[in-house]
Design a protein around this ligand. Structure first.
Ligand SMILES: NC(=O)c1ccc[n+]([C@@H]2O[C@H](COP(=O)([O-])OP(=O)(O)OC[C@H]3O[C@@H](n4cnc5c(N)ncnc54)[C@H](O)[C@@H]3O)[C@@H](O)[C@H]2O)c1
Length: 333
């Protein structure tokens, strides 16, 4: 136990609920603030107080920070769909950037001294490197990525100016679930998109097989959400030990690339749905390769991921079956 009281914003979401679970399981005191716009209160562990409301609501934030005696914030609340961010940039800036500004003002005024921020590999845009280090250029290519980069700037600047310690975690491709009930119910990432197609009897789609990669398909770094939650616990405990200001920005990934074609094969093996993938044209904005350098998180936090891609697919599939009981392994639904 760190002796802290953590406010987890977005704690009823896919990643936030995993973070709430691992932190409470490790004996940390936790409260959650979530407007339930995409979250689900049923995901929260028993006994974790949920305040329903938005990070845009300054009065509510003041009440929550003082009422719960909050000493650290883990900020996950955000809108996260890239395509939607292109169509609704103002909403994304309001929620992800203005919301964060309001939260940081409340944090600074309340004297909270620790702040952990959910960032994303989207800050790197089309980075062209075998392994992307944290010093790579940050050139996001969509409003979602821009809001995450602006968020990092805000967090670091506010921490320096107001004397609180900050950590930004840049997640790579998050997948899997620590239990079926905690699975991601959205169909925005490649694994649920494969499940969705296969269980309808449609061929999974691979966008582009003419990339400069060994099998021609894009390569990504997948990280199990349970490992990601563990990285939050480790980062929060490091923050708790710090004296005064200071910031840390680290990638969270496995440091290993998996091609979309390999992923499709693992999905077929795990689900029993063998419909071969079809190749569609490339999508704009897909980098050929996006794999994290994990040297810094290893060095600074002594943390490495432990779960592999098959485990991610298996646990995501269990979650999919729970939420889509009409689907039977190997039988189109
Ligand atoms: N899922 C990924 O692959 C991924 C990758 C990189 C970064 N991230 C970041 O991780 C964080 C969590 O993502 P997730 O996948 O769990 O998404 P999610 O949509 O499941 O969770 C977001 C949570 O925040 C809540 N929320 C949204 N706006 C809010 C507001 N204004 N006030 C209070 N609560 C609000 C939602 O109700 C939801 O519970 C986000 O910041 C996202 O940008 C996610």
């Amino acid at each position: 136990m760190s002796g802290m009281t953590w406010l987890i914003t977005g704690g009823a979401g896919y990643i936030g609920a995993h973070v709430a679970r691992i932190m409470t399981g490790a004996g940390e005191r936790v409260a959650v603030l979530d407007d339930l716009s995409s979250g689900d209160a049923a995901r929260l562990p028993d006994g974790v107080p949920l305040v329903r409301g938005s990070v845009l609501d300054r009065e509510l934030l003041d009440r929550v920070l003082s009422g719960h005696g909050v000493t650290g914030v883990v900020h996950l609340a955000a809108k996260k769909q890239v395509g939607e961010s292109v169509e609704q940039p103002l909403r994304y800036y309001r929620e992800n950037v203005h919301g964060l500004t309001v939260l940081l003002e409340a944090v600074a005024d309340a004297g909270v001294e620790r702040f952990l921020f959910s960032s994303s590999a989207a800050v790197y845009g089309m980075a062209d490197a075998d392994l992307i280090t944290e010093d790579a250029a940050t050139v996001p290519i969509n409003p979602y990525g821009e809001t995450k980069l602006a968020g990092e700037w805000l967090v670091r600047a506010a921490g320096r100016a107001h004397g609180f310690a900050t950590t930004c975690l840049r997640y790579f491709n998050v997948a899997g679930a620590a239990g079926p009930e905690l699975a991601d119910t959205g169909v925005f990432n490649v694994i649920p998109m494969f499940f969705d197609r296969l269980t309808r009897g449609d061929a999974p789609r691979i966008f582009g097989d003419d990339y400069p990669t060994p099998d021609g398909t894009c390569i990504r770094d997948y990280i199990h959400v349970a490992d990601l939650a563990d990285a939050h616990l480790t980062a929060a405990r490091r923050l708790a030990r710090r004296d005064g200001a200071g910031d840390l920005t680290v990638n969270v990934g496995r440091g290993e690339g998996v091609s979309v074609r390999t992923l499709a094969r693992i999905v077929a093996e795990v689900t029993g749905h063998g419909t071969p993938a079809v190749i569609e044209p490339r999508r704009p904005g897909d980098a050929a390769r996006a794999v994290a350098s994990v040297g810094r998180i290893g060095g600074e936090l002594g943390w490495t991921a432990s779960r592999g891609v098959r485990e991610m697919v298996e646990s995501a599939w269990e979650g999919w079956l729970l939420h889509h009981p009409e689907c039977v392994p190997g039988v189109p639904g």
